[in-house]
Design a protein around this ligand. Structure first.
Ligand code: C5P
Length: 257
């Protein structure tokens, strides 16, 4: 499957604006990112084999990357899939800039950093992509969707206040892509306008297991609130039939578009 072209920029505002006719199911496919949270390359390859008829975006995060290394990305990229490398870099500016540059060399289409790393770290991450041809989208993670205990970490703000503060800081550093929960997507859409790339994990189809996630939404809710992309892991990867689960989610997304 070819790498998806840029999403219709009108999404998240008035939809559809006078533009080319859009097949909702095709559009849904371009917006669903499957999280390959599995322990080894063989399990990832098995899942991709089951899903690639329907899905074109795959997310490689800490579990798989730590087990299998950058080599796990090659087959995905060569098969024409778009890859989100979800390692949530958070370190001193120089180290994060180097990590973002290394990620760009791997051919991934999205890479992310923790917004909580601060203005200098965010600016260094963004500057690391200057001059890179066809760079990946740089996303700032505002607050983890599993996080519901800000006070325990010493922060005396509500999650929405914290997310907004981090988003404004990231925008000032020149970053227009965000990972946030569905609870904040409308606020971030208002802040970024149609150019913002809003990636939403914590997606749970009605009736599915919440597990450790806290700030969740259904696929349709997240899209209606202004999400650009949805990240879905366990509701697909741990379903008895992952392809069937992905199809059901894509259908729900298509109906919401
Ligand atoms: O299995 P589930 O659908 O909960 O997976 C969500 C994925 O999104 C996981 O890979 C998790 O690391 C990632 N993620 C998240 N919350 C964030 C950023 C990334 O859940 N804020």
């Amino acid at each position: 499957m070819p790498i998806p072209e840029r999403l219709n920029p009108s999404f998240g505002t008035a939809w559809p604006v006078a533009s080319l006719p859009v097949d909702p199911l095709e559009e849904a496919r371009k917006r669903l990112i499957v999280a390959l949270d599995v322990p080894d390359a063989a399990s990832a390859a098995r899942l991709v084999g089951q899903l690639e008829g329907n899905c074109c975006w795959f997310k490689v995060g800490m579990e798989l990357f730590t087990a299998a290394g950058p080599a796990v990305l090659g087959p995905l990229v060569r098969r024409g899939h778009s890859v989100f490398l979800d390692l949530k870099f958070h370190d001193i500016p120089n180290t994060v800039a180097g990590a973002v540059r290394s990620a760009a060399r791997l051919g991934v289409r999205m890479v992310n950093v923790h917004a909580a790393g601060g203005p200098a770290m965010l600016a260094a991450a963004r500057a690391a992509l200057d001059g890179v041809e066809d760079p990946p989208e740089l996303l700032a993670v505002t607050m983890l969707t599993s996080m519901a205990q800000l006070k325990a970490t010493g922060l005396d703000r509500s999650p929405s206040e914290q997310v907004e503060l981090l988003a404004r800081m990231s925008l000032e550093a020149g970053i227009r892509g965000f990972v946030c929960s569905a609870e904040e997507v409308a606020t971030l859409r208002a802040l970024t306008g149609p150019e913002g790339v809003l990636v939403i994990p914590g997606i749970r189809p009605a009736g599915s297991d919440i597990a450790d996630q806290r700030r969740i939404a259904t696929p349709a809710e997240a899209l209606r609130l202004g999400a650009s992309y949805l990240v879905v892991g366990r509701p697909i990867t741990q379903a008895p039939d992952p392809a069937e689960a992905a199809e059901a989610i894509l259908k729900e997304m298509a109906e919401a578009l």
